[in-house]
Design a protein. Sequence first.
Lengths: 297, 424, 305
Amino acid sequence: MATEVSTTAVVAPRIRTRRPRPVPEGGRINWGLTIIVAIVSLIVILPLYFAIAMALKSPAQTGTGTGFNFPWPIQWGNFRAAWDLTDTPLAASMSLLITLIAVAGEIIVSALAAWAIVRNWGHWQFRATFGYLMIALFIPFPVVALPQVKLMSAIGLDNPFGVAILHIMFNLAFNVLLFSAFIRGIPVELEESARLDGCSTWQTFRRIVLPLLAPISATVGIFAFLQSWNDFMMPRLITSNPKFQTLPVVQYLFQDQFTTNINVAFASYLMALLPTLVAFLIAQRWVVSGIMRGSIK
Amino acid sequence: MSRRTMMKTVGLGTAGLAVPGLVAGCSSGGGGRTSIVLEETKPEVIPYFNNLVAKFNASQKSVSVTHDSSSSLIAAFVRGNPPDIDCDNYNLTTSIFVARGVLADLASLPQAQTIEPNIQALVTQYASYKGETSVLPYSVAAEGVIYNVDLFDKVGVSAVPTTLTEFLAVCEKFKSAGITPVYQTYGDTWTTQQGLFDYTVGGMIDVAGFYKQLGAAGTNLGPNSSVSFEKDFTEPCKKMLSLAPYFNDNAISKHYADGNTAFAAGQAGMYMQGPWAVGQVLAINPKVKMGTFPLPATDDASQTKCRANLDLAIWLPRSQGSAQRAAAIEFLGYLMQPSVVNAYNQANLAFSPLKGAPPQTSPLVSGLQKYVSSGAFYQGAGTYVPLTIPVGNFIQEMMLTGNVSGFTSSMDGAFKRLAIRTSA
Amino acid sequence: MTATSAPAGRNPLRMLKNLFFPVAPAYLLMIIPAIVLFTFFIIYPTIQGMFYSFTNFVGYGTFHSIGFANYKAAFSDPTIRDSYGFTLLFAVVACIFTNVVALAIAIALNAKIKWRSGLRTIFFMPMVLSGLIVSYIFTFIISTSVPIISAAIHFAPLESNILANQHLAWLGVVFVASWVAIPGAIIIFLAGLTGISTEVYEAVSIDGANVWTTFRRITFPLLFSFLVINTILTFKNFLNVYDVVVGLTGGGPGTATTSVAQTIFSGFFNGDYAYQMANAVIFFLITLFFAVFQLSVIRRRGGGL
């Protein structure tokens, strides 16, 4: 029954109707709420400021005060040190390679699978497949870690490509869940009218469904990007050649308890943040714009 | 459409960045050299070993060594591609490689004969495989109580304590002078485990013998077995707790880095840490003058021993291509030349495992030399505990609650359960 | 569902068509390769992992079967028992906290407030950091900055480092883990909220309903399926907590905040792999049980609303 409720709740993004955007335009702005939200947002901002401050301090500056003191003089050298120590360009491009393959793969594979399942929900085989995936959603990673390491090595995929493939497979269940919830809100009539016009199944998907999936694709994409980019455990275990290691694994050097160069470590984390921020800001525009479009009935 | 084009350009750009890296990784040493991988992960000496590797590569034309310091050894063995030669800390976890027989037997190498026997024994105390020589020691680290020389002078201590009574007297002197006698950092469990715990226990019981009999007792571990934690560890633990008045009050909130900072700032007279901490402290305050002495846990000075461990040891994997094996042995030969081994140990506040090696002259750790030379050392009691048993956390709990019997019964129970399932 | 007729020459497709009559082959192509790969890369290793739990395998070298010895030992191991106790308590509290806070923030971010997109961006920020890095940041803040500030303003409960307190450390873990999880939950709630047409709200406000009634009668029922998704997913993720625990407390003080995932992973790196695989299988079954339990409770309640 829960899934039925969602069909009414998720409104189909009708891209043709235009209505005034329900954005506050002068007056009726809830200032009280704005202030409350702004104060609550401090809980987010302060730790981030802290991280930036740490990256700009020296060990001596770190030891004093509350940690929130403004870093002065600013130790720009931390970034240079982090860049050299972790060979950031190579590690970052490895991370980026895996992440881009994983994101593209996850969106395409999961969208297709989800659409096939939702459009054939009448057949028990497809419902069973959905259930199969949902159960797999709960498999804890430690259970599969070691056998996967052996498996990937045995078939010669103990490299970044193998990691990307595993990311796609691991997130298949979650992504199919998200896509299918969204697809249920897309009226079948759109596709049926396309078929009447002579489109094949593939064409229907490509021309009609895929564009409509933009907001949820962006959402899936951003989740996938973050999970892939920040993933430490899988690349560490699967990739055999240390030259092809990703950024989080290389940054792991700093976490050894016998070194105290926290400031350089934070500088490294901030540098690793940049692509994520960029991807995030780009995707967020689509998510928000898609949400806006979806809200227009 | 613009999204697609952007994706394409980003994708191509990434590939463009990545390809040179991938291609570079594919090339062999160049010009017919056998390339092998040295796995060495001790962070402080990575530059030192980079240097050694570069010298070796330049000195001959048949082998090219790459120094890697980031792979997971376990994952490497699972994948079936372990490093060609490894030089790392030898501990109970590494000894599993020995026990499972995945390391090569090095007994036939001439270098195996150059090792001092009671240091080679440190290898088999954890595990052995059919009497083989699976690991060659490279660097012995010795640990004791680090003390601040200037502060010792300040409170009027003229000689390092060699008995427990003398040690307590020194602590009293510091306490009356308003200085923390010993700085503890319970926040990082490993510091208490390797320091206070290992030193006290090691100074009072025969650690290696205890664990050997513990293993023999197996599933019969309990009140009737010849050894148990309850029987043998209760006294040392009580002694640990009795020293608590001489520690800093906020020990539970303090971590390793805090301890280094505080000791460097002269806030405590003594610090139960190893030579690794010495470097950290000097980095914070180069003017600190330090020395080390082993903790005298009893009043019998002849019983005093220092803690030791194989900070670095070399092994080769058993399954290895013949070209790689030959290359690895050649590199091993280079590394284990007395000049190289002794120079490394001298420079890194450690002790050489070779017979007839020159003594460590640095005043920072030379106080332990005579104990190392005479074989008066032990491997820490905490190091014999499989990591599946969180002994560090148990010790931390004991220091906080004062509950010794809770600690010993946890340990006995854990080892008994371990024996039950490993003997199946 | 129109069936496309496959030409007689394409035998495999025809066979498939007869098997899955009358499904279009295109759909099969979309789903079957994915499922096959999924089974090969995920399910097959899972079964292998389960198999290893009946042996003394360490990942390499020789091993032999030991039957149920690992399982028997796991059930009598206080460390494992305590880790389940902590993990379950933590997951329940963090799940409730995260969903309540995320829902409140999502509603606020969906309302007519100034700087709406800027504030939304701020609340999504924590997502870009990995759990481990967030933990390192908060370790310092909670153990150093908070006590200093609390002492300055004489707020006694927080003057000592709560992460060093055996009974309170888990609260720190709850807070940090929620900090990481809330942005994702907000996104999902926002997706649901913006699907609720503003006409509905306007109609209700004309009828004179106040904020709470609006929420209870309109917002909540329409958000229901998103709440279901969020609850089940956040609970599962919290059950699997690893990064935050390792980064924030290392499982301490004592063993107060050791999570199940941490214990299981430690087995892999400490040569106790097979034993922890038994633990992992038990954990998987418990996770499944909770998911099914939650679904059935929610379905019953959903019918009642």
